[in-house]
Design a protein around this ligand. Structure first.
Ligand SMILES: [Zn+2]
Length: 393
């Protein structure tokens, strides 16, 4: 048994506990939470600041770990995707070493579970032995080319087979983005996943996506033709991309919409009307890195949206730390309450990835990981700008 104390314990599921103590067994399962009156004479390990549950990173591309600093900031999404495509041949050992290093970086930054996008099997070995819970999203795209759909499916069945789902790991097939999948590929994804699955899709990340779906113009035509592909199979819908895609996804899945920098209030209302299981994943540092724009969080707060946080890949970020994502939101959109941000970074991500039974809050019986933040807790008035996370267990 171990007993950890801090100036405040923030269970997330309950009010902060002043001079709190948390008891965990040798496996990390929480046995009891209380104060000095409940645990009078014990060998306590004291951490100044607060103790919170481990973070959930709801969106990452671990397989891009070797690509740090290989794309300039502020160039926009289409330029970024072009860069990812052009840089995909690297020595296997270099890739796997970088993946193992980033996995450790995330764990040390207090991250307990990761929703990880997979286009190949480079990450499989690391995930199998990692202490992090990985939900692998096997991400299909046929670049809206019907003649590529069948081979895409065959290739990705192999990726699915090779990604781990033993222990705490899980996996599902998911679509990349509305602008890169045919309806036929979406149909396969819907049929291949059992009803309990989580689905992740990149959403409304660049104005070109809206232009393509609404009017059939914008930068994607040029991008596709630079790859030697035409968009003749695609007909503009007169709708935004999310309004188009929700008709083709299943509302009873847990659906994670990722990025949402261009999402408007109607999009949020329509998605909420469509399903009770919509999660909006925000990756603020990646949004600043790629498009230099953040989502309008006021719209999400106003409509009681379930938000969670992701780091995206190290190719579009400066580090893989959910606490750094929280700090970025507090820096640029400081109206977002800290209480909300703590939920976005823990329990909401746990629910989005279906780990809420064991992760996301400090509750007896859970094994959520414990993280210390070196800050002075004043509730909403707390200054988090110079704090950083330290993993306790
Ligand atoms: Zn992504």
């Amino acid at each position: 048994m171990k007993f950890y104390s801090s100036d405040y314990i923030l269970p997330i599921s309950a009010d902060p506990i002043k001079n709190g103590i948390i008891q965990v067994d040798s496996e990390g399962t929480i046995i009891n939470i209380g104060t000095k009156e409940d645990f009078p004479t014990l060998d306590l390990q004291y951490y100044p600041g607060v103790i919170i549950p481990g973070f959930i990173n709801a969106h990452c591309h671990l397989e891009l770990s070797h690509m740090k600093s290989l794309c300039e900031t502020g160039t926009g999404l289409i330029e970024f995707i072009g860069r990812v495509v052009s840089l995909r041949s690297f020595n296997q050992e270099v890739k796997e070493d970088a993946i193992a290093k980033r996995d450790i970086e995330m764990y040390e930054a207090g991250i307990q579970a990761v929703g990880d996008i997979c286009n190949n099997l480079d990450t499989a070995a690391t995930k199998k032995s990692s202490p992090i819970h990985y939900y692998s999203f096997i991400e299909l795209f046929d670049l809206m080319q019907k003649h590529l759909t069948a081979t895409t499916i065959e290739n990705y069945k192999e990726v699915f087979k090779g990604q781990d789902e033993s222990g705490s790991n899980k996996k599902s097939f998911v679509p990349h983005a509305p602008y890169s999948v045919t309806p036929e590929l979406l149909e396969f994804i819907n049929q291949a996943n059992p009803d309990t699955k989580c689905i992740s899709i990149h959403n409304q990340e660049t104005p070109d996506e809206t232009m393509l779906f609404k009017k059939g113009n914008g930068g994607f035509y040029k991008f596709y033709s630079s790859l030697g592909l035409s968009l003749e199979d695609f007909k503009p819908t007169g709708k935004t991309s999310i309004d188009y895609i929700i008709d083709k996804l299943k509302p009873h899945y847990r659906n994670l919409f990722v990025h949402n920098t261009l999402t408007n209030e109607n999009n949020i209302l329509n998605a909420h009307k469509w399903s009770d299981h919509v999660y909006w994943v925000s990756c603020p540092n990646a949004n600043l890195y790629i498009e230099n724009k953040l989502p309008d969080y006021q719209l999400f707060l106003k409509n009681n949206a379930k938000l969670c946080l992701g780091t995206d890949s190290i190719m579009s970020n400066w580090q893989l730390s959910i606490w750094e994502e929280v700090k970025t939101i507090k820096k640029y959109q400081s109206y977002v309450p800290l209480k909300e941000l703590l939920e976005w970074s823990t329990i909401n991500g746990a629910k989005a990835l279906s780990y809420e039974d064991s992760l996301g809050t400090l509750d007896v019986g859970k094994k959520p990981g414990l993280v210390n933040l070196n800050l002075v807790w004043y509730g909403e008035q707390t200054d988090i700008s110079e704090s950083f996370p330290t993993r306790i267990n």
